[in-house]
Ligand binder design. Sequence first.
Ligand code: DC
Length: 219
Amino acid sequence: MGYNVAIDGPAGAGKSTIAKLVAKEKGYIYVDTGAMYRGLAIHFLKKGIRPEETEKVIEACGDAEVTIAYENGEQQIYLNGENITSMLRTEEAGNMASKTSAIPEVREKLLELQRGLARAKDVIMDGRDIGTNVLPDADVKIYLTASVETRAKRRYNELTEKGEHCDYEEIARDIQERDARDMNRETAPLRQAEDAVLVDSSNMTIEEVVSTICSYCIG
Ligand code: DC
């Protein structure tokens, strides 16, 4: 069993930025489970399936093989042998992932991949249900959150810097809807594990969050 750090929290809390930096500092492998759900979402989108079409989503899981690899230390997601990493970070893929991840068969499909990685390596794994469901015995559990306003502003800045046109109100609405879906679904909803440390990054710098989390970890 590797040394396992679980980071859960809502969309836009900065989990991946922080987890990558902690991974670098401590020598862990960073595992982004949201990217796996996004990978499956791309498969459903490619097939023209709508998220409400539960039966079709379940059926489509049968011919999707999601695998991960590391190139220059960066996680790459492969869907049926094709590297689709560059397609994952769109709002469309994120929303499709949020909706279809409520389906138990979709979660089941990715569970063993996630657990297998944690058994084999020292990992910092981020997602929604890592501390509560995927790795209930993780060595360290962090629940990383921030206010809706902070998260919406961060995403707005990120998109604007990339030159994408976007609307702050729409982003904030989208984040609230995503929170509601991720927290209220029946299977493995987003919630803070009882033994997780709560870190609210609303008024913290990235460096402060990283050093707080590192202080709980060995390595
Ligand atoms: O972290 P992210 O935005 O890339 O995740 C996309 C969606 O995938 C998220 O809205 C809910 C789902 N997800 C999940 O249900 N469980 C996880 N462990 C990770 C992500």
